[in-house]
Structure formats: C-alpha cells, structure tokens
Design a binder for this molecule. Structure first.
Ligand code: NAG
Ligand code: NAG
Ligand code: NAG
Ligand code: NAG
Ligand code: NAG
Length: 241
C-alpha cells in the first residue's frame, strides 16, 4: 500500500453503514496500488495532472477496458466495491502504466450479502459501483429493502443512453414496459453470453446524482475475447482467486 492512502470511517454512509473510505492519490509514481478492503468499502481515487481510471479485465497495461471511471485533470472518483473478488485498474495514457506503474489491484473480502448479490441504492457519497466481473452461468441479484428503485439495462455506461430492457422483481419486462418503482425489490439476471451489460435505476436522479449505474462484464470459456484497445502481447485471461 502506498504512503498516500488515508482511511476514515464514514459515519454517515447511506447505503452501507460502518463502511470505510480509503483516499488514494492516483499517480504514475512507480508504485502500483495493492489494497485489501472489506465489502462495501469506498476507495476514492483522486488526481491532479491528466490521468484516467480504467477498470480492466485482468491486471496489466493495455488490458481490455471494462469501464472508464474518469479521464482528465483534477478528478475525484470514489468507487464502491459491492461484491467479493479482485478488481484491477490502470491508467493507459502515454507511458503512465508501462513506465509509471499506474496500476491497481483492489481485493474485496466477503460480503454480508451472498456472493453476486448487490445492495442497490442511492449513493449519497457519490461513489460509483466498481464493475462486476462474472463468468457464464453465474447469476447477479440486485436487492433493495427500502427506497423506490428499479433496474433498467442501458446501451452504454451512462445515464442517458437508450434503455434496452427493464427488470422488475424477478420478471423481465420487454419492449420498454416501465416497471413502477417499488419500495422493496429483488431482480436476478443469469448470464449465458459474453459481453458487457450496463444497468441503471430509472427513477429520476438516481443514476446521475445517486450513481446507480453498474457495469457487468461477462466472460465465457471458449469464446473469443473482444478486440483489445492497445495491442498488448497475447496473454491468457486469468481469473483472480
Ligand atoms: C478523504 O477525502 C474526503 C473527501 O475528499 C475527505 O472529506 C476526508 O477527510 C479524506 N480522508 C482522509 C483520511 O484524508
Ligand atoms: C474489515 O472489517 C473488520 C471488522 O469491522 C475489521 O476488523 C478489518 O480490519 C477490516 N478489514 C479491512 C481490510 O478493512
Ligand atoms: C457529491 O458531488 C457533488 C457535486 O459534485 C458535491 O457537491 C458533493 O459535495 C459531493 N458529495 C460528497 C459526499 O462528496
Ligand atoms: C415484444 O415485442 C415482440 C416483437 O414485436 C413481441 O413478439 C413480444 O410479444 C413483445 N413482448 C412483450 C412483453 O410485449
Ligand atoms: C417482490 O417479490 C417478493 C417475493 O416474491 C415479494 O415478497 C415482494 O412483495 C415483491 N415486491 C414487489 C414490490 O412486488
């Protein structure tokens, strides 16, 4: 862990009480970040000079991008880690990753909820959900015990792109049928095909202000991986333990 990481207990976290916050200076300073956190903790990446925060499939430079959480100068990007596993990040601007070792691994321990169950809620702390990596055959469940939410699959990882499908309480609503927001809900989606899926809560402001936007990256054995962004040497994707 690099010296510039600070940790606080967030006393007023809305979704997860007792969640810790780690403040990380994201820099090409030759020190890759290797951080272990508890489920639902927030890691706040921030930087001054121009960088990008790409969540990548696998650890290394030029790996396939799952989601870009910010590119530019003077950015504060808090991420919440809502599922166990290892999450990997890089800045692939110029030689920031290759020479500057601007890489991160965040290891997330067990959650209070079962594996692959996301507590879906409005984030008063501005934290974006780190993308979740799944393999074919796995099921992801969104649950909420209070608040008025739904789950809408959208074309891109933003709050304005067109909706592909709505999901409500276990039922898939086709053709843009609106699922009225409910006070409690549970939506389960099982993946059989490789690719990225993006979900938001369709209730006004819940995506844009409440950061209810989640990318799910599904990989399947024996299928071709999507084209790589910066032609790295061929490497086999390894699932982190
Ligand atoms: C982390 O950053 C937040 C907001 O940017 C700040 O309020 C908090 O005091 C910082 N924590 C530490 C330990 O520096
Ligand atoms: C996880 O939470 C437990 C209990 O609150 C705490 O003792 C432990 O230090 C935490 N671990 C990390 C990596 O934050
Ligand atoms: C969330 O972002 C808004 C707009 O940038 C800012 O005004 C607010 O202080 C942020 N809240 C927290 C808890 O960081
Ligand atoms: C969605 O549209 C397709 C094609 O028009 C139709 O066959 C299907 O029944 C529709 N589904 C619902 C739930 O309305
Ligand atoms: C969702 O489904 C559960 C289990 O079937 C049910 O108890 C609950 O009332 C449903 N919620 C809504 C808003 O329909």
């Amino acid at each position: 862990m690099r010296a510039s990481i600070a940790i606080v207990l967030a006393l007023a976290a809305f979704v997860a009480t007792n969640a810790a916050q780690y403040n990380v200076t994201w820099a090409d300073d030759g020190n890759p970040l290797d951080l272990s956190v508890n489920c639902s903790d927030v890691v706040q990446f921030s930087w001054g000079p121009r960088h990008e925060l790409e969540q990548s499939r696998g650890y290394g430079c030029g790996r396939p991008t799952i989601r870009n959480f910010g590119e530019g100068v003077g950015i504060v990007a808090p991420l919440v880690f809502a599922n166990p596993g290892t999450y990997t990040f890089a800045c692939n601007i110029n030689d920031h990753c290759t020479s500057g070792k601007q890489l991160a691994k965040v290891h997330v321990g067990a959650c209070a909820t079962p594996k692959n169950t996301i507590t879906w809620g409005y984030r008063r702390d501005n934290a974006s959900y780190a993308a979740i990596e799944l393999t074919c055959g796995e099921t992801l469940t969104f649950t909420w015990a209070s608040g008025r939410h739904d789950v809408a699959e959208v074309e891109k990882a933003d709050c304005v792109s067109p909706t592909i499908a709505y999901f409500g309480n276990g039922t898939r609503f086709e053709n843009g049928t609106y699922m009225p927001p409910a006070a409690t809900g549970s939506v389960s989606i099982t993946y059989n095909k490789a690719g990225k899926h993006h979900y938001k809560c369709d209730v006004p402001n819940h995506c844009s202000v409440g950061r209810m936007l989640l990318t799910v990256d599904v990989t399947c054995p024996h299928t071709a991986s999507p084209p790589r962004r910066r032609s790295p040497p061929p490497r086999k994707w390894v699932q982190w333990p």
